[in-house]
Write a protein that binds this ligand. Structure first.
Ligand code: TXA
Ligand code: MG
Length: 556
């Protein structure tokens, strides 16, 4: 099929010629064809939204999953009652204020809208785009246009007609060039079928603008955190790894300077970097695409997809991306970058978060700590702090010497074996030793934690709860696992018999102890350490995100 290109970048020229092009595009759409159309957000791939057969072709051209519904594009609120039922008054309030513009409303659908458009849902997404050419085409066609973003599924959205041709040439009847998109990220999707309304996708219209008009809006958790396996987002499209360049992406959140330094620490000669203009000079060795100035979110929104798309023709082995904060358009820009990264995010930022991890042997505490390290977190090794204190802290040494005479040699070295024998299998002696150690360790760690800079930290302490160190943590996490899995893991890890593995476990506290005393539980029933680390990363990403959110609002 030949894709006809209609140049409508300049609509001030020959009026007849312009009208002809608009009529031609409208005719293709009326007759069941597909046309790439400009909007203020991103280019759409349009078809007659009331014609199930035409809509089906959109899915084929994009390679789009069948369960992902499309947005209907209309010319204004007067068309709403034709396609939507039970329209709440607030929909008109919003439409009057923000249409034409980057706001999609989810409303109950009427039967006239075919299942192909809504992917079988009883709701429909509907919006009035702010682009004179596309509004003229819809008016001329006299039908609502179903249009997803015009990219091949899984690629970054198209912000120019050239992008559309790159993905769709030969697969669709026409492309209308209306110039580069002014906004650059897709519309904001707001579900009005629930109370309070719910933000399903952040986009070109900032959440703050919406809340100023209609009050509190719930933010769907798919906006800021990755979905867990089997979890269904309210906007089906949010579950797909959109906007994915070929090389894996890591997003650095945090103050721009700190994020840039963290990227600098990680890059090699084959890395690619997406950064704010001010930091481009730091990456002379790398392929760099800039997002615009760190203070200009409109520029960042316009460029974010282009930056991701440009890396598709590149041979970089990984990409590091700077990310704006969540205010204004930043929520949408960050969401697109994070989705491109499969939510692989390194927090270089913001407030300090200290997690405390504990759990019995073989449950997976070590893997969980590794997951935190991979998220950019720092592990506080309390055992190492204790050993250093044993060498350097005279008061601690005196206190031990008093209760355990003879465990220090004449040269002042601790005879660990002797101390071990003293407390091994003697519960009261062990308790005496622990009481001394905790008395000194707790204030020392308290001092250390107070001096930590912002960032993520995890406390690795054998007796986190018993020692009182849990009080220094924002949240404590019990790492637990089914007994049989633990037995198998310890046998494999330490090369011991089943009987001995069971003995080791039974000598420790039961999972119930940790479960009852910790704020949260992370259960490790994964088949492999890698699978568990993946689970753990999601778990901690969510936990840190919500902790920071709480802290921002002064909750913690
Ligand atoms: O700015 C935009 O919205 C662009 C331009 C072309 O208008 N369109 C766009 O469409 O981004 P698309 O298909 O790429 O994304 C539509 C999103 C998907 O995540 C889809 O799951 C969600 O909207 N959606 C559509 N109808 C829905 C419904 N009834 N309920 C929940 N989510 C819906
Ligand atoms: Mg899309």
């Amino acid at each position: 099929m030949q894709t006809i290109y209609y140049d409508l970048r300049d609509t001030k020229g020959q009026q007849k010629e312009i009208e002809d092009k608009i009529s031609a595009a409208a005719k293709i759409l009326r007759e069941g064809g597909l046309v790439g159309i400009p909007t203020e957000t991103v280019y759409g791939l349009g078809a007659n939204g009331l014609d199930g057969k035409a809509v089906k072709r959109i899915f084929e051209a994009k390679g789009r999953p069948q369960d992902n519904p499309l947005i209907l594009h209309i010319t204004g609120p007067q068309w709403l009652p034709r396609y939507c039922a039970d329209i709440p008054p607030i929909a008109y309030v919003l439409a009057r204020k923000f249409w034409p513009g980057p706001l999609t409303m989810i409303l109950k659908r009427r039967a006239i809208v075919p299942d192909e458009t809504t992917a079988g849902l009883d709701t429909v997404g509907i919006r009035c785009p702010n682009h004179p050419v596309t509004l003229a085409i819809i008016r001329e066609a006299g039908i609502p246009i179903a249009a997803p973003s015009a990219n091949t599924s899984g690629r970054p959205s198209c912000t120019t007609a050239q992008d559309v041709l790159e993905d769709m040439d030969g697969k669709i009847e026409g492309v209308v060039d209306g110039g580069a998109c002014a906004v650059g990220v897709e519309s904001t999707i707001l579900d009005l079928t629930c109370e309070p309304p719910r933000l399903l996708r952040p986009g070109g219209l900032p959440l703050e603008d919406l809340e100023r008009l209609i009050g509190h809006i719930d933010v769907d958790k798919a906006v800021t955190t990755p979905l867990q396996e089997g979890e269904k987002p309210k906007a089906p499209g949010m579950k797909y790894r959109h906007y994915a360049p070929k090389a894996p992406v890591t997003v650095m959140t945090g103050a721009p300077g700190a994020a840039a330094r963290e990227i600098q620490r990680r890059v090699g000669p084959t890395s690619g970097v997406i950064c704010f203009d001010e930091y481009a000079h730091l990456f002379a060795q790398q392929e760099v695409h800039t997002l615009g100035p760190s203070t200009d979110k409109l520029a960042q929104a316009q460029r974010v997809f282009d930056a991701l798309r440009t890396f598709d023709e590149s041979t970089v082995t990984e990409i590091y991306a700077q990310c704006p904060d969540n205010r204004g358009l930043g929520l949408a820009i960050g969401n697109r970058l994070k989705k491109a990264a499969g939510f692989h995010i390194v927090e270089t930022d913001s407030q300090r978060v200290v997690l405390g991890l504990t759990g019995g042997t073989g449950a997976g505490k070590t893997s969980a700590l590794r997951a935190i390290a991979e998220l950019g977190g720092t592990i506080i090794d309390c055992d190492a702090v204790y050993h250093k204190m044993l060498e350097e802290n005279q008061e601690l040494r005196n206190a031990i010497n008093e209760k355990f005479p003879g465990v220090f040699t004449a040269e002042g070295k601790l005879n660990r074996q002797k101390l071990g024998q003293e407390v091994f299998a003697k519960k009261d002696r062990l308790e005496q030793l622990n009481a001394i150690v905790y008395r000194f360790l707790l204030p020392e760690l308290e001092r250390q934690v107070a001096e930590l800079s912002d960032g993520l930290y995890a406390m690795d302490a054998i007796n986190l709860l018993e020692s009182g160190l849990d009080r220094l943590c924002d949240k404590t996490v019990a790492v637990t696992a089914p007994m049989e899995l633990r037995v198998r893991r310890i046998m494999a890890r330490d090369g011991i018999t089943e009987q001995y593995a069971r003995l080791r476990i039974s000598a420790q506290k039961a999972d119930e102890f940790y479960r009852g005393k910790c704020d949260e539980e992370l259960t490790n029933s994964a088949e492999t350490p890698e699978a568990f680390e993946r689970d753990a990363k999601l778990f901690f990403t969510r936990m840190v995100e919500s902790l920071r959110e709480e802290k921002r609002h002064g909750g913690v």
